[in-house]
Every structure is written in C-alpha cells, then in structure tokens.
Design a binder for this molecule. Sequence first.
Ligand SMILES: Cc1cc2nc3c(=O)[nH]c(=O)nc-3n(C[C@H](O)[C@H](O)[C@H](O)COP(=O)(O)OP(=O)(O)OC[C@H]3O[C@@H](n4cnc5c(N)ncnc54)[C@H](O)[C@@H]3O)c2cc1C
Length: 507
Amino acid sequence: MKQTTIKNIVIVGGGTSGWMTAAMLSRLFNTQLNITLIESDAIGTIGVGEATIPPLQIFNSVLGIKESDFINATQATYKLGIEFENWYQQGDAYMHAFGNVGRDLGFTSFHHYWLCAQAAHNADSNTQYNPADFWRYSINYQAAKHNKFQPIATIPNAQMSGITHAYHFDASLYATMLQQYCSQRSVKRLEGKIDNTILDSSGNIASVILQSGQTIAGDLFIDCSGFSALLIEQALGVDYENWQHWLPCDSAYAVPCESTHPLLPYTKATAHDAGWQWRIPLQHRTGNGIVYSSQYMSDAQAKQQLLDNLDGTPLAEPRKINFTTGRRVKQWHKNCIAIGLSSGFLEPLESTSLHLVQSAIIRLTKLFPHHGIQSQQVDEFNRQSQTEFEQIRDFIILHYHLNAKQTQPDNRGLWQHCRDMSIPESLQQKIDLFSQTANVFRHQDELFTEAAWIQVMLGQGITPADFHPLAVAVEPAALQDYLGNISKVINTTVANMPEHSAFIKAL
Ligand SMILES: Cc1cc2nc3c(=O)[nH]c(=O)nc-3n(C[C@H](O)[C@H](O)[C@H](O)COP(=O)(O)OP(=O)(O)OC[C@H]3O[C@@H](n4cnc5c(N)ncnc54)[C@H](O)[C@@H]3O)c2cc1C
C-alpha cells in the first residue's frame, strides 16, 4: 500500500464543528494523521446549536460514546420532533415528528390509506377533512405530547417497533466532552488568534500564523472558523451563494431561561410577525431564541418579543447573532475544506446545521485524500454537498412559503413576501405532485423522509386532491380496523412509557 502523503491536518476553530471533526478524524485515522486544532478564546464560539436530528446518534456511536454518558455530560434531553405553532395560520399547530407515521401496506404508503379513510368518513358523516387526525398514527407525536419517552426495544411485550429520537443538548458541554475525547487521542490543541494565512505558489494554504508569531504548517486545512470563514473565504476567496430571497431571516437573539416542567421531549418553533421563536428544553435550563428578518422587525422589538415570551426567568442578557442564509459555492477548494458555519447556513428551523457538519465529516472520511488531492475527489465532495444543502433548503422554504397568515394592512410583511416569492423548481415539483396525487418521493440520499415531507405539507395546509387507487381496494370496514389497530397499539405502548424526565433520571 502507498504511503500517506497527506499527514498533517490543521483544523481552524474549536466550536462544535471543529471538535466534531477532530474527534472523528482522530477516531478513524489516529495513527496515520497528525491533527492540530487551533482556537481562540478571545473570539470564542457562536454558543448556540442545541437541537439536533436523529443521525447524531450514529455519529456518537461511531465515536464509541455511550448514550447515557452523552446525556449526562451534556445535560441533554430526548427530542421526538419539532412542534410548529402558528406557522400555517395563527392558532394552528402541527408536528414534524421523527420516524414513520402509521404502517405502509405493500408498495403504498400509509398516508394514502389514511386519506382514503378520511374521504369515506367525510362522505358518510358530512364532516370536514381533519389533517390533525394524521398524528394519531405517529408514536413519536403521541409520546411527545404525553411527555413520555422510552426506546421501544426496551418495553416488554411492545407490539410495534421504532421510536426515533434525537437530542437537545448543551453545545458548549458537548464541545468540552469532545475536547477531552480528542486529548486522549493525541489531537494537539493550540490556543491563539490566527492573524495571517500563507499560500504557496499553486494557491494552496501552506501555513497559518498566530498573533504570537508561531507558524503552523499543514497538508490539509479544515476551516471550522464559523461565520468568519477565515480560510475558505478570507484566504482563498471562495464565493457565497446568498439565499436570502428565499430565506429572508437574517438575525437572532438567543437567551437561556430557567427550565420548566414538565420536561418536553420536543422542540417548539412558534411563528411570530417577522420570523419565529425556538424553545429547546435541556435538563438544567431552556434554550430560547428569536429568529427574524431585520427588514420587518427592529432589534429592539425582537429582543422585547423574546423576553416577553419566555417560559421561565432569563439567566443571561440576550445575545445578538447576525447571519446570511446561503451556502459556500465550493465547500472544498485547493487544500481547504469548510465544515460548519464557514460552509453555509440555512437557518435553525429544522435543526440541520450540526447534521450538515456530521455529513461533511463523513463525506471527508469517505473521500479522504491520503495520497494527495485529486480533482475528482474534490468535485464529488462539492457535488454531494451542494445537493444536500439544496434539498434541506427546499424543506425549510416549504414552511415559510405555504402559509395562509393574515395579510398585514399595508400588504407587506414577511409572511406575505414568503407566500408571493417564487420558489426553487425542485420544491415546486414536490408541492405540485403532493397536491395533485398525494405522492412524495425521497430523492437518493435525501435527509428528510417521506413522512417528514408529508407532515409538513399537511401541516402547512395542503389537502391532496387524490390518493393512490390501491387504498380503495381495501374494504372500508377493514380499513377502519386497520387504522384503529395501529392507533390502539400506539396508545397502549405510550401509556406504558415512563415520563421523559423520569427516564432521564434513571439513566
Ligand atoms: C441563531 C442560530 C441558532 C442555531 N441553532 C442550531 C440548532 O438548534 N441546531 C443545530 O444543529 N445548529 C444550530 N445552529 C448552528 C450551530 O450553532 C453551528 O452549526 C455550530 O455551533 C457549529 O459552529 P462552528 O463550529 O462552525 O462555528 P463557531 O462556533 O463560531 O466556532 C468558530 C471557531 O473558530 C475560531 N476562530 C475564528 N476565527 C479565528 C481566528 N482568527 N483565529 C483562531 N480561531 C478562530 C473561534 O474561536 C471558534 O473556536 C444555529 C446557528 C444560529 C446562528
């Protein structure tokens, strides 16, 4: 086997993305690479990023971190989904619950049978189509709304499989945990501010120079420097594709408050006049933040709105964060790979940022340039990153675009803008297909499942005009039995689960 020529890895940044990258590279390539991580205490980290989606479980498990250790070290709670309040219209609520809803029959997805049953019921009883009924068939939703949690595999005699969970956790405690993990695997940590980046004659990064004058050379540089994008943008000049015309929120205030009871196993995202507010329940506090468009709301208004809508006493002064939604045109350029906020930011609505960090790290390990950087590797990495960013972008735009919120008196406002804006063709196709046929298809390795798309499209007010003909083939009485049985099994299973907080205490 050929010798490794890429040996010295320099990670710039010690936020969650820097430490996640260092942890995974040291876990997989510990003996083959020399890894140095540089962070600046004076600059600090962004200090938000507390809600995740289910794949983080896999990341921790590859690192060999036990779930109970992770939960205890990071004051984490379980997350079964995100509840969207006031998104379609004021007073509405629906959930993007993780995992499946109902049970598919053969090639036909469950929701076609549910739509068929709704149509039959409405015809019989002259009642309205009731989208909220869909969540009776989601174990995650039912457990979430009853503040329960337990992995199904550990419930004796459970008659069903699967509850899909993610976590809410304290990001700074997670970074500390990963830092300790890395120190046991000979990752070298340097503290100091980088003042200068030196390029070689071919435009690759040769070294970075700290304020102290120390020079750190490397073969491959990972830019985890956050929004400053110190290497990929400031040194290498790679452009940023701005998506604010689709995702206009550009500002946030974040503030922790005292935790409240019961301990909810889900995130809340509540829409307001010019954006939305998050509530992330942790064991020791609740993380809160308001996300808004500065075009439609002033900083002072946003700060006040956030403080007026906390569930507990604030534990700090609200902290302002500015951002521009979009993505880095090339996430890998020359010998530099941007991971984390330096590579792009959509917005925190579906808690996808840390997932994008995780998937970039996995992509890097799969395409690792042991024997020197090849353009094919770089192109493939960039192609996959682009597809992933665009698919997640579409899913987030969906929440904003399909709203029926009251028009502001002057016919302006964020919601009106989002309703009127033209959307990416890829998203329009998905909406049209679902509206006409109730079909939704997951493309290749797309992150969000069919169940996720269906829940958000129903929640955002689409009533499909049709459903699959195979659903009609089931006798109406048999269909009612089928649905009733699923709902009964879910209710019995949830009734046997402990309270979320009790489950965590017992860990
Ligand atoms: C409002 C908001 C809410 C969010 N909520 C979520 C969420 O719920 N879920 C989720 O998954 N993600 C969320 N995110 C994203 C999440 O916060 C980030 O993806 C995550 O924290 C990773 O950030 P980072 O490590 O890339 O950058 P940072 O945390 O900013 O770290 C940058 C690092 O680079 C270092 N650095 C910078 N310049 C220099 C220099 N010149 N010299 C030396 N070191 C330097 C800094 O010291 C720091 O260590 C949110 C983001 C925002 C803005």
